[in-house]
Write a protein that binds this ligand. Structure first.
Ligand code: UDX
Length: 454
């Protein structure tokens, strides 16, 4: 029987993320938290993801989904992929339930990535409950819900959108699927459809914490049983005295741990700009060139993650010309990097995980959003949480080297002191939410107590 601390139970939970880095990370960490409270947890994912795992997530079981669902990146359409995933999942779930029953465990709930439409129906067909997990912010969930309820009309016609419990959002603060609906209509449909059956479930888990999004959480709780359980940062990064599994044990990309950490160790406190645009975003060649020369002009040290598929876009001679001040890697242990004292600024695309990681580790940001939820996250980083600056895009749709240089210098310079102060405040609040009795910890405890007794 699984037992680390808290109650020992024979309750089994299945966790089903979309097999992509930005979705697996938070759901994996949530799984570990549930296991630490005494539940048996199986994370179900594709065999290709399992093969790419580094190390072991020892407290939980990781099982492959029946057959393989194919690669999400090369799927003909997202909807077709989700449909195929549903069929595979149904088969796997039946097998898992039987297997666990033979060990004495009762499978009670499937926690599923909210994008995986139809999972709730599949779980119910197997006599199991379901609870969606939102890997983006409560704010984003609220915006899509407002759209679903008809409070937003697209294409957007007004210069700004006013919605209950949210600050005034300009068009370019809105999720890109709404501000540019012509680009990804299928993804927009998926995001809005997510919420169709949220009123039928007992928990809607979200990777956020109550103090971070107070007003919108309070509004959402009038709509669904919203349950914040984040930030899903392993506690060892928030409190150096603690030890637990590291985040990068399920990395789809291989981090260059030793080289990054050794390089950072050789730098003074707060002198390095860490640059990463997450696991998906791709920059155009011109934009890549502007960013590269901006880093050189900033006169700061920089650690830049350029994924393998992007390296060919680096300007000729860039590596040679910047070898004294910069290090370029194809992937890094981001949490360890952000927690390193040498890092003074995080230049980010504003993905939700990166946003939460910057806030939770108290690192000021320069944000350069690319698509999806990132513009909205960037608006909040700059104007609501006040932990950074968002770059301005010029009339040609490019962020120039001068603009990036200016933003980095501002955050690394005098203005940075005030921003750093705010970042440290959020770091403290994030830690409090996760500490014993904190809002997210309590939400998890309440959930465990309920699920064990149902
Ligand atoms: C995507 C979307 O872009 C994001 O907006 C959405 O909320 C989740 O899915 P992604 O673009 O990959 O995710 O960005 P982000 O959410 O920031 O997640 C990236 C994850 O990869 C983070 O947990 C980060 O710590 C990790 N990472 C990134 C590394 O471990 N090493 C790296 O070198 C870069």
């Amino acid at each position: 029987m699984e037992r680390e601390q808290g109650v020992a139970t024979l309750t089994h939970i299945v966790v089903l993320p979309v097999p992509m880095q930005g979705h697996i990370n938070p759901m994996l960490q949530f799984s570990k938290r549930l296991a630490s409270k005494g539940l048996k947890v199986t994370l179900l994912t594709t065999s290709s993801i399992i093969k790419s795992m580094k190390g072991q997530a020892s407290s939980i079981t990781i099982e492959p989904i029946a057959d393989d669902t194919g690669d999400i990146e090369t799927a003909e359409t997202m909807e077709a992929y989700v449909d195929r995933f549903k069929v595979m999942f149904s088969r796997s779930l039946g097998d898992l339930i039987e297997k666990n029953k033979s060990y004495g465990y009762t499978t009670k709930l499937v926690v599923y990535d909210c994008i995986l439409l139809g999972t709730l129906d599949v779980a119910r067909q197997h006599g199991v409950g379901g609870a969606p997990f939102i890997t983006q912010s409560c704010t984003i969930a609220a915006i899509y819900h407002h759209l679903y309820q008809g409070r937003i009309r697209i294409p957007l016609e007004e210069p700004a959108v006013s919605l209950p419990s949210l600050p005034l959002l300009r068009i370019d603060d809105m999720p890109s699927f709404i501000s540019q609906p012509e680009l990804y209509p299928a993804l927009l449909r998926l995001c809005v459809d997510d919420f169709r059956n949220f009123h039928e479930v007992n928990w809607v888990f979200c990777n956020s914490f109550d103090k971070l999004e107070e007003e919108v959480v309070s509004w959402l709780s009038t709509q669904w049983p919203i349950t914040n359980i984040g930030p899903t940062i392993p506690s060892m990064y928030l409190d150096k005295r603690l030890k637990d599994d590291k985040n990068y044990d399920l990395n789809v990309f291989k981090p260059n741990v030793d080289a990054c950490m050794k390089w950072l160790d050789s730098k003074e406190i707060g002198t390095v700009v860490y640059v990463s645009f997450g696991s998906l975003a791709t920059l155009g060649e011109e934009q890549m060139e502007e960013l590269a020369w901006a880093l050189k002009r900033s006169n700061s040290y920089f650690l830049w993650v350029v994924r393998e598929t992007e390296t060919k876009k680096l300007p000729i001679n860039f590596l040679e010309e910047t070898s004294e001040r910069g290090m370029v890697v194809t992937w890094c242990p981001q949490l360890e990097v952000l927690a390193h004292k040498a890092v003074g600024c995080f230049m980010t695309h504003g993905g939700w995980n990166s946003t939460l990681e910057a806030l939770s580790l108290g690192v000021p940001v320069v944000s350069m959003p690319q698509w999806s939820d990132q513009a909205t996250n960037s608006k909040f980083l700059m104007d609501v949480w006040k932990v950074g600056i968002r770059v301005k895009v010029d009339e040609k749709g490019i962020v120039t080297r001068e603009e990036i240089e200016l933003c980095i210098k501002e955050v690394m310079g005098e203005r940075g002191t005030e921003i750093k102060g705010n970042a440290m405040k959020w770091k403290k609040l994030a830690r409090e939410a996760l500490d014993e009795g904190g809002s997210s910890d309590k939400n998890i405890d309440d959930f465990v107590a309920k699920i064990v007794h149902t």
